[in-house]
Design a binder for this molecule. Structure first.
Ligand SMILES: [Zn+2]
Length: 455
């Protein structure tokens, strides 16, 4: 934990203000250009000298390259910071969204573990503790990763893409704390133009102010160490649009001139110094992030769950799944969303009480047994979609027959539409548009809710 040493009157003023937290993270991934190792070293040391702890999300193959190149100096310098994970190979095909697009939630989670677990364990071995967070390469995001990461003990998903979001602040999704899609609260300084540094500082201040106006919040900035030494991305020159050359054919990216490199460091550290001097701003790592927020699982206040009758959505900080669990008398806990979308076949306007009570007990039992919401709830040979079951249960007033209500999955509006745009990354094959992943994301949005800062 770092705080700035401020004059007492300033520290007092800062304490009275809503808290604003800054996460600075680096996707440390370029295993092709060796001078990017020096960049990681210099950034890690320069930040440590300033008392700033960042989060370095490291690719497994990058860590193997350090071991092979004997870069214990890099490993030692990074150990002063927080370590996250950024896949096994990043851009070698298939990228995560490529291999997960055709898979379901459960088999996809197992496949993600099969492919990606090795690099995670290597980082754990090298740094002495498991990585604190994960983030996908490019925008190669997929909902199955949530289950795998939870099983690995990861609590934080930290990245920036558009598939899911919640009002440009951190949120809970799939049981993980997501620092993701922060919109105007994601800020960067242009490393190439000293003339734009003043503007970058102003945009940083605006993001802080915006978070403060929310009553406290989170801002984030991200870079890649390789940006300080190259003028083009290591993976773009090799793996664009599905290309997958053999290792012997890999090309090295073009390098910055020494002058341009030094200028990039000067711009960056001056910008970081500006952030350090921002009153009331706390610089935190992904590992520290969960403790800043109220716990994920809590019992909703009496009566709140009845709001599901009108709208299946997060209400007052509780997810639709949390509220459904409370209606079913289950303990507050994370459960995943359903595997697939179902449709109601029950055609009468009411359900007899005994049949509905059996359905309700069966739904609760399913959730206890599987740790996820059922796709549908059975009434003999007929069924209710999960949405209609939840709305009907929330609207149940205890009469001899239960009026059937249609559920409206309003939480789905927070999942991005248009897979072609959301997965448009230079590494993905041209035309890659995995709508299946967005559909799965909508089903898992039962679990979506804002993360609330502790007061
Ligand atoms: Zn990356």
């Amino acid at each position: 934990m770092r705080t700035l040493l401020l004059p007492l009157w300033l520290a007092g003023a800062a304490a009275a203000q809503p808290p604003v937290y800054w996460l600075l993270w680096f996707d440390t991934e370029d295993y092709i250009e060796p001078s990017s190792d020096d960049a990681a070293l210099r950034l890690a040391e320069g930040l440590r000298e300033r008392g700033v702890r960042a989060t370095f999300k490291i690719v497994g193959e990058k860590a193997r390259a350090w071991v092979q190149r004997g870069r214990t100096d890099v490993l030692r310098a990074l150990a002063a910071h927080d370590i996250g994970y950024h896949t096994e190979f990043h851009s070698i095909h298939p990228a995560p969204a490529e291999y997960l697009a055709g898979m379901g939630l459960l088999d996809g989670a197992a496949e993600f573990t099969r492919r990606e677990r090795g690099g995670f364990l290597l980082l754990e071995k090298l740094f002495g503790l498991p990585p604190s967070c994960y983030g996908q390469p490019g925008n190669s995001w997929a909902p199955q990763t949530n289950l795998a990461l939870r099983a690995w003990g990861v609590k934080v998903y930290m990245d920036d893409a558009g598939q899911v979001g919640f009002d440009e602040q951190p949120f809970w999704y799939g049981g993980l704390l997501y620092i993701f899609n922060l919109g105007r609260h994601t800020v960067r300084a242009d490393l190439n133009d000293p003339g734009r540094l003043a503007e970058a500082k102003r945009r940083f201040d605006e993001a802080v102010e915006s978070a403060r106006r929310l009553g406290g919040g989170v801002i984030q900035s991200y870079y890649h160490p390789t940006e300080w030494v190259t003028t083009e991305f290591w993976d773009g020159v090799n793996f664009s649009h599905g290309a997958n050359p053999e290792r012997s054919e890999w090309k090295r990216p073009r390098l910055r001139t020494p002058e341009s490199r030094e200028q990039a460091y000067r711009i960056f550290f001056e910008w970081v110094d500006h952030a350090r001097r921002t009153p009331g701003l706390r610089i935190v790592t992904a590992r520290e992030a969960p403790a800043l927020f109220e716990p994920r699982d809590a019992a909703p206040p009496e009566g709140l769950a009845r709001r599901l009758a009108a709208s299946l959505d997060a209400h007052e900080g509780f997810s639709a799944a949390d509220l459904l669990l409370s209606l079913l008398g289950l303990e507050p806990q994370h459960v995943d969303g359903p595997l697939r979308r179902s449709a109601t076949t029950w055609s009468r306007p009411e359900i007899p009480r005994p049949a509905f009570e059996r359905a309700r007990r069966d739904a609760a039992d399913f959730i206890r047994a599987h740790g996820r919401l059922p796709d549908e709830v059975w009434l003999g040979s007929e069924r209710l979609s999960l949405e209609d079951f939840a709305a009907t249960l929330a609207g149940d007033e205890g009469g001899a027959a239960v009026p059937l209500r249609r559920g409206r999955a309003d939480f789905e509006r927070r999942i991005g539409r248009d897979a072609a745009r959301l997965y448009n990354w230079v590494i993905h094959p041209k035309g890659f548009a995995p709508e299946s992943l967005l559909e799965m994301a909508r089903l898992q949005a039962w679990t979506l809710k804002p993360a609330r800062l502790r007061r």
